[in-house]
Design a protein around this ligand. Structure first.
Ligand code: 5GP
Length: 175
């Protein structure tokens, strides 16, 4: 089996994650009630690295949604599979997402989390495919913009494979 072609190297990812952590530590420096909400499964590595590099207090929650099956065809419909466990009312929520493609998932998540009455909801995505956007949704903190390619690694999978690659690479679905 051939390995995915490197699109964003491990070093580039680590540098950018460090920059995002520094920016977040500055922006949220005045609050001690920041909650990082990781979107399962794809954000688990990004969330782990990002949260360990923050220099401010934070707690961690997870949420799970499903919009894709085991292949890369979007239905546009997003379904909540697991809600946050802790009480996020009055807290500053930062959604930590692996990738923004059409934007449907992030838009749904913002609305869903706002219904818990937090003090604020912002978004942080590792990767965004700007040209694929179908709905307007704000990515407040962004790692990288990429083209219209299916990417894997650093938490991202294709049919559950390649999640633990240290870099982000390109695969052709149905290879
Ligand atoms: P959206 O709702 O923005 O279209 O899709 C967001 C979700 O689609 C992501 O959280 C991710 O699960 C999945 N997704 C979209 N593009 C890719 C990709 O290139 N690679 C992987 N692994 N997942 C993707």
């Amino acid at each position: 089996m051939t390995l995915p072609v490197v699109l964003i190297s491990e070093e580039e990812i680590q540098t950018r994650v460090g920059e995002l952590a520094e920016q977040l530590s500055t922006d949220y420096g005045e609050t001690d009630d920041l909650v990082l909400v990781g979107v399962l499964k794809g954000s688990f590595i990004f969330l782990a690295d990002l949260s360990r590099r923050l220099t401010i207090p934070r707690t961690i929650e997870f949420i799970a949604v499903s919009s894709y099956g085991s292949n890369s065809t979007s239905t546009g419909a997003v379904r909540l599979v697991m809600d946050v466990r802790g009480n996020i009312e009055g807290k500053h929520v930062l959604i930590v997402e692996d990738i923004v493609d059409t934007g449907h998932t992030l838009k749904y998540l913002i609305g869903m989390l706002e219904s818990h009455r937090p003090a604020s909801v912002k978004t942080c995505a590792l990767v965004r495919k700007a040209e694929r956007a179908e709905v307007e949704v704000q990515t407040d903190y962004l790692g990288f913009d990429i083209g219209d390619e299916w990417v894997v690694g650093y938490g991202l999978d294709y049919a559950e494979k390649n999640r633990t690659l240290p870099y982000i690479g390109i695969v052709t679905p149905d290879d």
